[in-house]
Design a protein around this ligand. Structure first.
Ligand code: PEP
Length: 254
């Protein structure tokens, strides 16, 4: 199987950090400075919403801003929600959808699907997170991940697949000490590619598949060495510019 030449991707999910806009600016500026020699990898910083405006001058052809969630309706009586079209004003190019921490507060695959389609309708790229809570010995996680992908991407037009990224994040590895074993990530990346091919045929090659869960500058190289991975979704280490830049260099050099 030959991988189509598409840009690699490293996404930083800052979650509810840092605690001030000035810290957010320091992290983003340090990352931006470190990207001078990066040519083949897109880098996406996903800060909390409240910092998007203050960082909206940052995007370049390599560095992008992303959001961690949004609501699928364009406007209306939805107290506390933010729409995808509102996000777009801040030069947001990507949105993480269906992160396990969103699923944990009740987001279903059906809601996630509405959000994925709204992100794409706004011209942004949806980073659809999938992953099992338990990597059971019977392999039940395979059917679960398959279903998350099938439902999450329902009614997404084949023409828009370059606006879709699958972030495979086994829930048990997020925030954990150790990442999934590289051989298992390799196996899952092949499986996910197969699921995507079953749904979209050869056009599935436009969809990037990234891995998330305890990625560090020390394990990134082994994890990405094999399989069909295009990059990483990084939580904790995306707040440490030096480590994050090392991860980006690993992906760039793959
Ligand atoms: C995440 O929250 O998506 C994540 C991958 O976190 P960490 O890298 O800290 O495990």
């Amino acid at each position: 199987m030959v991988m189509k030449k598409i840009k690699k991707l490293v996404v930083g999910n800052w979650k509810m950090n840092p605690t001030s806009l000035s810290e957010a600016k320091t992290i983003a500026t340090t990352v931006k400075r470190g990207l001078r020699n990066i040519k083949k990898t897109q880098v996406v910083l996903c800060p909390p919403y409240v910092y998007l405006s203050g960082l909206s001058h940052m995007p370049t052809t390599i560095l992008f801003l992303g959001a961690q969630n949004a609501f699928h309706e364009p406007s209306g009586s939805y107290t506390g929600e933010i729409s995808f079209s509102q996000l777009h004003q801040f030069k947001t190019g990507f949105v993480i959808i269906g992160h396990s921490e969103r699923r944990a507060v009740g987001e279903t695959d059906e809601v996630i699907n509405k959000k994925v389609r709204s992100v794409i309708d706004e011209g942004m790229t949806a980073i659809l997170c999938v992953g099992e809570k338990i990597h059971d010995v019977h392999g039940d996680y395979l059917a679960l991940v398959r279903q998350q992908i099938i439902t999450g991407l329902r009614d997404v037009s084949k023409k828009m697949l370059d606006h879709v990224v699958i972030a495979y994040e086994p829930v048990w590895a997020i925030g954990a000490k150790d990442a999934m074993a590289p051989a298992d990530v390799h196996e899952m990346s092949i499986y996910i590619k197969k699921v995507l091919k079953d749904i979209f045929g050869v056009l599935a090659d436009s969809i990037r598949v990234i891995y998330g869960g305890a990625v560090t500058e020390f394990n990134a190289k082994d994890i990405i060495a094999d399989g069909f991975l295009h990059g990483f979704l990084v939580g904790r280490d995306s707040l440490k510019p030096k480590s994050f830049l090392e991860i980006i260099k690993v992906v760039e050099g793959k």
